[in-house]
Design a protein around this ligand. Structure first.
Ligand SMILES: [Zn+2]
Length: 306
């Protein structure tokens, strides 16, 4: 059902973009500035565009408006405009699930309109370090409200809570839980059927990521709707516990083949050479870094250097 609806949404968006038939879009979908607003449950939904990455989550309630992740500046502007069409309230809070540019690049645009930006306590330093390496420290806005393990906020009829369960995709990941609606924004803790980016320079840990997914799967149920930072087109950027289990299985597989390969005296290249097994043949390999070899290299370093 989810896949069907997603495909329909994408094809409808493409058709309306060329024909200008915005009013024909179903109530749960509206295209704004190249992105699409999609309602999920309660007052919560996503703002996303095909192949753009860094899915924005939104809560638009009568007592509070909150956004999760800021994509890049153009999408941030379109997202703010779209929210402005839905409510008179200003956006109270922006949450950054982690420091990467496709989740914080729109922060300077949001900074002009939001009361505060919230992120894990490691985010500002990781963001600054990554910006220095790219030479664009001028284009950054950092979280001004940070936390260590847990942070929550009453949204009026809804509670949003952030949890950091240790190093995983980066050293500063937050899991964002809308408790009443039973919706969880995972940031980049899920690359839905992609070989993920494991940012070792940014504090990532394969072992920690597996543990984070174990704990998250345990903490939620079959009714929970999860939002993902990235997803293969046919699987989309929302899903269920099953999708979390698939990614946990992939990371466990990477960890195990690396462990066995090291014991057999193999290099990372030799370990990765057979490529994806049948069980993960639906996974997208975007490039070397976001592929089996890049993932094995990180697990190799983690098992031999730490
Ligand atoms: Zn990321």
């Amino acid at each position: 059902m989810r896949v069907t609806r997603r495909r329909f949404l994408v094809s409808v968006s493409a058709a309306t973009a060329s024909a200008g038939l915005i009013s024909r879009l179903p109530a749960w979908a509206q295209e704004v500035g190249g992105g699409t607003f999609t309602a999920l449950r309660g007052d919560i939904g996503i703002f996303d565009a095909p192949r753009s990455g860094g899915t924005i989550g939104w809560f638009i309630g009568k007592d509070a408006v909150l956004v999760v992740d800021s994509k890049g500046p153009e999408f941030a502007r379109a997202c703010i405009d779209g929210i402005g069409e839905r409510t008179e309230r200003k956006i109270d809070t922006l949450i950054n699930t982690h420091h990467h540019g496709d989740h914080t690049g729109g922060n300077p645009v949001f900074r002009k309109v939001v009361g505060r930006i919230v992120g894990h306590e490691n985010v500002p330093e990781l963001q600054r370090k990554a910006a220095e390496q790219r030479g664009n420290t001028d284009g950054q806005e950092y979280p001004d409200v940070t936390y260590s393990k847990e942070w929550s906020m009453d949204l009026g009829g809804e509670t949003v809570s952030l949890r950091h369960l240790g190093p995983a995709h980066t050293g500063g990941d937050s899991i964002v839980h809308f408790e009443n609606a039973n919706i969880v924004h995972m940031g980049d803790l899920i690359f839905n059927r992609w070989c993920p980016f494991i940012d070792r320079d940014g504090g990532a840990s394969v072992k920690g990521w597996i543990e984070t997914l174990n704990r998250t799967i345990e903490a939620h149920d079959d009714e929970t709707v999860f939002i993902f930072g990235h997803g293969a087109e046919t699987f989309g950027v929302t899903g269920s516990n099953t999708d979390l289990s698939v990614q946990r299985g992939y990371l466990e597989w990477i960890w195990e083949i690396t462990e066995k390969g090291i014991a057999a005296g193999k290099t990372a290249e030799q370990i990765a050479a057979p490529g994806l097994p049948e069980a993960f043949s639906d996974h997208v390999e975007l490039n070397e870094r976001l592929g089996v070899l890049g993932n094995v290299k990180v697990a190799f370093a983690e098992q031999t250097e730490d």
